[in-house]
Design a protein around this ligand. Structure first.
Ligand code: ADP
Ligand code: MG
Length: 587
């Protein structure tokens, strides 16, 4: 995703992609193009009316009619021109909107493995910056190639009718120029692609800095980070200038070819007039056609050059749309009140995060019956969080089977699976927005009573009372306005509000003070009576009250049992228990 070199061209050529985005708006686009052509035609009619007016004057006739016709023509021309321009722009904006919506819908459903390989800032640039480039492509390129191409062909046909020899001469010059432009065009494409890649890189490095500005400041790294962002901006500038250079060259080649055509036609035509092959009138008419050819050729060349920028953007958009995603399904309903708690089992699960990474799970096996609390303990990096990621189906295991209620996760509809689960991640993420938004994120249908109850059980009610805007207080980007412990309690309340059949808590109380931790422990014990609860445990106090403990080490399950059994049977567990801190260093 972050390569600055253009990667292999997508299987579908850019123009097909473009037509795909334009298809829903094809009639509006056609209407806009026709209106634009009409303005041109109305402009051509004006001289004819003017001639009539002069004629009337010379013959002492009333000019009211001609004046009225002229005024009407001028007004109609302006109105049609404005309408045509508006319709074209409207259509172009609709194309941009369509591309943005399609891309956003896709990116929100990306598989986590694809997210791991991407830079969010770069993906963001594809949605914001690359899609914007489709606007000019739609209006200038498509319409330009359409109307310009039409005029070009019509003029060429006329030329062929007037004098085939001069036509052949003109065509030769035009084809020569076409070849030169054909060589230039891929360079515009490459430069545009690299300019857009650099915009993506800039987005990525900006996101990196702004997402961790406190760390950057504390490390005194502003200067270095600034240089990285500047370098990306500079690279985009450099490549855009390069694209501009090639575009200018293409435009001038087109202009030059017309001058050459003019001179050649004049010379060859003059000779033909001298030999009597054609009369002088034909030569003048032909020269006028060469003159008329100028504008559509410029238009077509401009459109082709513009299209290269759009094609580069289209390729980047398509690249993001090719990232593997989960199927877009309707959100599944949450479990009803009193739904049966879930059973979970791992059978010989082997898993690695990517093909080029070492295995994280080497044959993990355990069985967890419905209800009760199971604690996962083990040193940092043992693969505990990975167990939860696999249960949520953020990733699929390489070998082995994971089942929920005895059914292979692969057979579950992903949204149905996730609706059964409440998951508090290790770093308890909180989203920008209000406290209320965060709480009902996983259950938008929760009513006020549910929310108040969740606040009480997670001991957040005191905090909400203190806040000036209560539940509507904004928590800032990633919840920076909350303390670490508050964030954890918000995340727990959010998970509880889903009334899950399976609750996953990954070191969910690690940042709580002793009083709050003890209270939350009671809450979790209470929940475990009606729900299956899996906790990656942080404190011995939590572990000892678990119904069963799974000891993990280096991607394997060492032992399963109760605290009493394990202290006697498993040296690693005994050691962890003795230090009172189970996986405390884990972050
Ligand atoms: P634990 O929660 O037991 O501390 P994890 O399950 O988080 O351990 O991680 C197990 C191993 O997997 C670690 O070595 C870690 O570096 C690696 N790992 C975790 N997440 C990813 C990821 N998204 N991509 C690649 N490797 C990862
Ligand atoms: Mg972990």
């Amino acid at each position: 995703m972050q390569d600055s070199e253009p990667s292999a061209p997508p299987a579908v050529p850019p123009w097909r992609l473009l037509l795909g985005y334009v298809r829903p708006h094809r009639w509006a686009l056609l209407g806009g193009a026709v209106l634009s052509l009409m303005t041109g035609a109305a402009g051509l009619a004006l001289p004819l009316v003017a001639r009539g007016l002069i004629d009337d004057l010379q013959h002492d006739r009333a000019i009211t009619g001609a004046l009225l016709a002229m005024s009407a023509l001028v007004v109609a021309n302006a109105a049609i021109g404005a309408l045509g321009g508006y319709v074209l722009r409207y259509t172009a904006e609709s194309v941009v909107l369509g591309a943005r919506r399609a891309l956003v819908s896709h990116l929100l459903r990306l598989r986590i493995a694809a997210v791991d390989r991407s830079e969010p800032g770069d993906l963001m640039a594809r949605i914001t910056s690359d899609t914007t480039l489709l606007r000019e492509v739609t209006t200038d390129s498509l319409v330009g190639i359409g109307t310009g191409g039409l005029t070009l062909v019509a003029t060429l046909v006329m030329m062929g009718v007037v004098d085939p020899v001069l036509f052949a001469v003109t065509l030769g010059v035009v084809l020569g120029a076409g070849t030169v432009i054909g060589v230039i065009v891929p360079r515009i494409n490459r430069a545009s692609r690299q300019a857009q890649n650099a915009v993506g890189a800039m987005g990525a490095s900006l996101e990196r800095v702004l997402g961790a500005l406190r760390t950057v400041k504390a490390s005194g790294a502003e200067h270095r980070e600034e240089q990285a962002v500047h370098a990306a901006a500079q690279e985009s500038w450099r490549q855009s200038v390069k694209a501009a250079k090639w575009s200018a060259l293409a435009g001038n080649t087109a202009g030059l070819s017309m001058q050459i055509a003019f001179i050649t036609v004049l010379a060859v035509g003059g000779a033909r007039v001298a030999t009597g092959a054609i009369d002088i009138g034909t030569l003048v008419a032909f020269l006028l056609f060469v003159f008329y050819l100028m504008s559509p050729i410029q238009q077509v060349v401009g459109a082709v050059a513009q299209y290269q920028t759009g094609a580069a953007a289209l390729a980047r958009i398509e690249e993001a749309r090719q990232l593997p995603a989960e199927p877009a399904t309707e959100p599944a309903p949450l479990p009803s009140l009193g739904a049966e708690p879930a059973a979970v089992a791992f059978e010989n699960v082997r898993f690695r995060y990517a093909d080029d990474l070492p295995y994280v799970h080497h044959g993990v096996t355990f069985t967890i019956p419905p209800r009760g609390m199971t604690a996962f303990v083990g040193p940092s990096g043992a693969g505990k969080t990975t167990v939860f990621s696999l249960i949520e189906r953020f990733y699929d295991p390489g070998e082995g089977r994971i089942t929920l209620d005895g059914r292979d996760l692969a057979d579950w509809d992903v949204s149905g699976l996730r609706s059964s689960i409440g998951y508090v991640e290790q770093d308890a993420p909180v989203l920008s927005g209000s406290l209320r938004d965060n709480l009902v994120l996983g259950n938008p249908g929760a009513d006020e009573n549910d929310v108040l109850r969740a606040l009480k059980t997670t001991r957040l009610d005191g905090l909400v009372d203190r806040l000036p805007n209560g539940l509507d207080t904004l928590v800032g980007h990633r919840g920076t306005k909350l303390s670490g412990g508050e964030r954890q309690r918000v995340a727990i309340a959010r998970a509880l509000l889903r009334r899950p059949r399976l609750l996953l808590l990954d070191e969910a109380t690690s940042q709580l003070d002793a009083v709050n931790e003890a209270a939350l422990r009671d809450t979790v014990a209470d929940v475990a009576r009606t729900t299956t609860v899996l906790v990656v445990a942080h404190r011995l106090s939590t572990v000892t009250m678990a119904d069963r403990i799974v000891v993990m080490d280096a991607g394997e399950v060492r032992a399963v049992g109760t605290h009493r059994e394990l202290v006697a049977a498993d040296p690693l567990y005994a050691e962890l228990a003795a230090t009172q801190f189970l996986a405390a260093a884990d972050a």
